[in-house]
Design a protein around this ligand. Structure first.
Ligand code: XLS
Ligand code: NI
Ligand code: NI
Length: 454
């Protein structure tokens, strides 16, 4: 890649963004001014919504990789952001330290309670695993200090098992058991660091746990390897006393052509097959749901129905593009329906809303990072308030309940309890001359109802 950038010294803490004052709740009528260019119209951390403070309902997290690591490259072009800590020639560990400072500056400006990271986002990979782990621990100590100073916590940690070329044919699903061993070593360290930093969850996203062509792939072996790997992670979690949740993040494809953790239902089948359905939950990403041919709220509802809902990666895909564009969310109806589903299921426990979202590569101003997150935070807060109205009103839920009322009555209950056979049902229909009467699904009326809450 062409090295066309000018090296700039790393910014001192508090100097990267032009904003200096943390964003505050300003109310829906807020008008930006030169003195206060950004503020929250809806995100009011202390406001009680559905029985909890807004901050505790939403549990926002900023991710390390898109905001501080990705330099603005795309398959056709080089870096656009030219962040001071990306400067060529700078020592990688110095850059990692500088990133910690700028990250906490952003977290504090936004007033978010959490962040998320991959091991290789926060500290550079060394020439050996031992050296990589030493780097990780040095930065881990700095993180711990900043977390103590600020009260900002870790929503989840994860290991990057997809960037290095050793993982090009998969990590746990690699044909070479020594790659599996290397991945195990990396996850052990990342899980232990997450535990030390009192992370609320640990995530596994298997970007390379899939295949590009069946011509060189043994599906039976790879599935079994992945099941063994996840069992090892769960065993280690218990061995070290980590009480957070282990989360799998489904995605159908990209970078591999087909990923084993395709969607929530595939993950559930996988967990059941390996005896892990009570140990592992899911982290659902909006853009991944779309790529799998589902809506975001479908995947949330599916996970709740199966008892494995954990956390979400909030972002937005593009209806016209078939890859993970990771845009910041900005569509109120979509977000409101997702929030409704989450709140209907009782909200988050260990999980939260992680912005797995990145700026467009032309958004090169440092303050774009603040504005993008601020808008997304406000949108989710607004979506939560819509969900609150929908739940308090109860009309939608009452309609759904009424639709299934027959299943709570005598005959429906008897069928579900196994007290009817095909033969006895057939006899009943004949004897009583039953001819069921179709009932309207009222879809348009319900869609109109949703618009009335927005
Ligand atoms: C990639 C995934 C990834 C995970 C963490 O598409 O979203 O960023 O969230 O490894
Ligand atoms: Ni994600
Ligand atoms: Ni993604």
């Amino acid at each position: 890649m062409a090295a066309s950038r000018v090296s700039t010294p790393a910014a001192a803490p508090g100097q990267f963004f032009t904003l200096t004052e943390p964003l505050q709740f300003e109310g829906p009528k807020f008008k930006p001014s030169a003195r206060r260019p950004l503020g929250y119209r809806y995100y009011d951390a202390d406001r009680m919504v559905l029985g909890r403070r807004m901050e505790d309902q939403l549990r926002f997290a900023v991710c390390w990789w898109h905001s501080f690591v990705w330099p603005g490259t795309d398959p056709f072009g080089g870096e656009t952001f030219n962040r001071p800590w990306h400067a060529i020639g700078a020592d990688a560990m110095q850059q990692a330290h500088a990133k910690v400072d700028v990250a906490f500056e952003l977290f504090q400006l936004l007033d978010v309670p959490f962040f998320t990271f991959h091991d290789r986002d926060i500290a550079p990979e060394g020439t050996t695993l031992r050296e990589s782990n030493a780097n990780l621990h040095r930065i881990g100590e700095r993180l711990a200090r900043r977390m103590d100073d600020t009260g900002i916590a870790l929503l989840w940690g994860t290991a990057n098992l997809f960037s290095n070329r050793r993982y090009m044919a998969g990590a746990a699903t690699n044909p070479d058991p020594m790659v599996f061993a290397y991945a195990a070593a990396q996850v052990k360290t990342a899980l232990e660091l997450t535990h030390e930093l009192r992370g609320a969850n640990y995530v596994l996203w298997g970007g390379r746990e899939g295949y590009d062509t069946l011509l060189n792939t043994n599906l039976t072996r790879e599935w079994a390897q992945l099941g063994r790997f996840l069992n090892l992670v769960v065993e280690h979690k218990h061995a070290i006393g980590f009480t957070g949740a282990i989360l799998i993040e489904p995605k159908p494809c990209e970078p591999t052509k087909h990923q084993y953790d395709y969607d929530v239902a595939s993950v559930f089948a996988f967990l059941q097959a390996h005896g892990l359905e009570h140990e592992v939950q899911v982290n659902i990403e909006q853009n991944h749901a779309l790529l799998a041919g589902h809506s975001f709220e479908h995947e949330i509802a599916q996970a709740q129905a199966l008892g494995i809902f954990g956390s979400i990666d909030m972002n937005r895909g593009d209806e016209l593009l078939g890859w993970d564009t990771d845009q910041f969310p900005n569509n109120l109806p979509h977000v409101a329906l997702a929030m409704y589903q989450i709140m209907l299921g009782g909200g988050f426990s260990t999980g939260g809303i992680n912005f797995d979202a990145k700026l467009r590569r032309q958004s090169i101003d440092p303050d774009d990072l603040v504005a993008a997150h601020a808008g997304a935070i406000d949108l989710c807060a607004r979506g939560l308030l819509v969900a609150e109205r929908m739940i308090d009103d109860g009309v939608l839920a009452a309609h759904v309940d009424a639709r299934y009322a027959g299943w709570d009555a005598k005959e429906g209950t008897a069928i579900l309890k196994g007290r009817r056979s095909l033969a006895s049902l057939a006899a009943m229909v004949e004897r009583k001359g039953i001819e069921p009467q179709p009932v309207s699904g009222r879809q348009e009326r319900l869609e109109n109802l949703i618009n009335s809450y927005l």
